[in-house]
Design a protein around this ligand. Structure first.
Ligand SMILES: *[C@@H]1O[C@H](CO)[C@@H](O)[C@H](O)[C@H]1NC(C)=O
Ligand SMILES: *[C@@H]1O[C@H](CO)[C@@H](O)[C@H](O)[C@H]1NC(C)=O
Ligand SMILES: *[C@@H]1O[C@H](CO)[C@@H](O)[C@H](O)[C@H]1NC(C)=O
Ligand SMILES: *[C@@H]1O[C@H](CO)[C@@H](O)[C@H](O)[C@H]1NC(C)=O
Ligand SMILES: *[C@@H]1O[C@H](CO)[C@@H](O)[C@H](O)[C@H]1NC(C)=O
Ligand SMILES: *[C@@H]1O[C@H](CO)[C@@H](O)[C@H](O)[C@H]1NC(C)=O
Ligand SMILES: *[C@@H]1O[C@H](CO)[C@@H](O)[C@H](O)[C@H]1NC(C)=O
Length: 334
C-alpha cells in the first residue's frame, strides 16, 4: 500500500492546498462543473483531467484522502479509479448514498505548481410517501385528522387535494373539523420535489349519517292496473327499509304486491290494484345512526284522499288532489 513517508508528504501538501482555498489555486482546468447532481443509488463519475506533467495527484472527500495516485486510502469498495491515464484521473462512486453528498477535491502538482479543483456532489432522492393514514369511516360531525409523511431530497412539498374542490391544504397534515356528509371523498396526498414525477396516494373518508327521505309522492292508481309507490332515502351506511299501512300494520309481499329494496330506495309494486290497496303507506328507513319515516297515499284518481270526499272536489285538477305529507325525524343515537 505504498510508502508511508510519501503519504505523509502528500497529505501535508493536500492540507496546505485545501487551507489556501480554491480562489488562490483553483485555476480552471478540465471542465469539472461546480455541482454534480446524482440520484441516490446511481453511480457517478467525478472527472479530473490532467493534461500537464503531473508529479503528485490525489482525490479527497471533504478532508479525507480517497486516492493518492493509484494508491487507495479509502476503505469504501464503492469508490474506484476509472480511466486512469496521463490525461485523466477520475473516480467512480457506485451506489451513491445520501452521506456521499459534499465537496470532493482533485488536486495535483504539475510543473511544480499545485492545482486544485472542487466539485460539489449533490445527492437527490425522489419524493416518496412513507406513511399515510388508512381510509377512515366517521360519523357526521366528528373531526378527521389525516397525515401523509414524505421523504426526499430536496425536501419535498406535500399537498392534499380532494376530487371535487382541488387543493385542500398544504403540509403533511389535513384536519377536517366537524365533517359534513358532502366532504366524504377520496383525499389525495401528493408529494413532489422536482426530482421525479410526484408520488401520490389516496385516502378514502366515509361519513356516516342517518337516513333522510328525499323523495316520496302520493300516487293515483286505477283498479285492475299496476301502480308504484317509492321511497328514496340518502344514508350511509345504506338504509334498510320497512313499509307500514295506516294502522302500523307491516306491509308484506303477496301475489298483488311486491316490495323491492334497492340501495338507496324501496319500491312498492302493485301488480293489480284493488280496493283494499288504497290508503296510507308509511316508509321507514333506518341505519345504525338513526331513522326517518314518510307517509304517502295510494289514491283513486278524482277521489280526494279516497274515503267518501270524492264528489265534493270533482272539478278540481288532479294536481290539487295530491297532497304530500312528509314527516322525517332523525333519531340520532348517541
Ligand atoms: C451549486 O449548488 C449550490 C447549492 O445547492 C448553489 O447555491 C450553487 O449556485 C450551485 N452552483 C452552480 C454552479 O450551479
Ligand atoms: C473513459 O474515457 C472515455 C474517453 O474519454 C469515455 O468515452 C469513457 O466513457 C470513460 N469511461 C468511464 C468509465 O468514465
Ligand atoms: C464521504 O465522506 C462522508 C463523511 O465523511 C462519508 O459518509 C461518505 O461515505 C464518503 N463518501 C465517499 C464516496 O467516500
Ligand atoms: C405513521 O405515522 C403515524 C403518525 O405519525 C404513527 O403513529 C405511526 O406509528 C406511523 N407508522 C409507521 C408504520 O411508521
Ligand atoms: C285483477 O284482480 C281482479 C280481482 O281480483 C281480477 O278480476 C282481474 O282478473 C285481475 N287482473 C289481472 C290483470 O290479473
Ligand atoms: C298516514 O299515516 C301516518 C302515520 O300513521 C300519519 O302520520 C299521517 O297523518 C297519515 N296521513 C293521512 C293522510 O292520513
Ligand atoms: C315517524 O315520524 C314521526 C315524526 O315525524 C314520529 O313521531 C314517529 O315516531 C315516526 N314513526 C316511527 C315508526 O318511527
Amino acid at each position: 500500500m505504498g510508502c508511508p513517508l510519501l503519504r505523509n508528504t502528500l497529505a501535508g501538501l493536500i492540507l496546505v492546498l485545501l487551507s489556501k482555498g480554491s480562489d488562490v489555486l483553483g485555476a480552471e482546468f478540465g471542465h469539472l462543473p461546480d455541482n454534480i447532481t446524482v440520484l441516490e443509488g446511481e453511480s457517478v463519475t467525478l472527472r479530473c483531467r490532467i493534461d500537464e506533467e503531473v508529479t503528485h495527484k490525489a482525490w479527497l472527500n471533504r478532508s479525507n484522502i480517497l486516492f493518492t495516485g493509484t494508491d487507495k486510502w479509502s476503505l469504501d469498495k464503492r469508490v474506484t479509479l476509472v480511466n486512469t491515464s496521463n490525461r485523466e484521473f477520475s473516480i467512480l462512486i457506485d451506489k451513491v448514498q445520501v452521506t456521499d453528498e459534499g465537496p470532493y477535491t482533485c488536486t495535483f502538482q504539475a510543473n511544480n505548481k499545485p492545482r486544485i479543483t472542487h466539485v460539489y456532489l449533490i445527492v437527490q432522492v425522489p419524493a416518496r410517501i412513507v406513511n399515510i393514514s388508512k381510509s377512515v369511516s366517521v360519523n357526521e360531525g366528528e373531526n378527521v385528522n389525516l397525515y401523509c409523511l414524505a421523504v426526499g431530497r430536496p425536501e419535498p412539498t406535500v399537498t392534499w387535494k380532494d376530487q371535487k374542490y382541488g387543493l385542500v391544504s398544504e403540509g403533511e397534515f389535513l384536519d377536517i373539523t366537524e365533517i359534513k356528509r358532502q366532504q366524504a371523498e377520496d383525499y389525495e396526498c401528493i408529494t413532489h420535489n422536482g426530482v421525479a414525477p410526484p408520488d401520490q396516494q389516496k385516502v378514502r373518508v366515509t361519513v356516516n349519517y342517518p337516513p333522510m327521505i328525499t323523495d316520496m309522492k302520493n300516487m293515483p292508481a286505477n283498479l285492475g292496473k299496476t301502480a308504484i309507490l317509492r321511497c328514496d332515502a340518502m344514508a350511509v351506511p345504506p338504509a334498510t327499509f320497512e313499509w307500514y299501512r295506516d294502522d302500523h300494520r307491516p306491509v308484506e309481499n303477496d301475489n298483488t304486491l311486491r316490495i323491492k329494496n334497492e340501495k338507496t330506495r324501496s319500491l312498492l309494486l302493485f301488480t293489480n290494484v284493488t280496493e283494499k290497496h288504497f290508503g296510507n303507506y308509511t316508509c321507514f328507513a333506518s341505519n345504525r345512526l338513526g331513522s326517518s319515516n314518510a307517509s304517502m297515499l295510494l289514491f283513486r284518481p278524482g277521489a280526494l284522499q279516497g274515503r267518501g270526499a270524492a264528489g265534493l272536489h270533482a272539478g278540481m285538477s288532479a294536481g290539487l288532489c295530491v297532497w304530500v305529507s312528509l314527516s322525517a325525524v332523525l333519531l340520532v343515537k348517541v
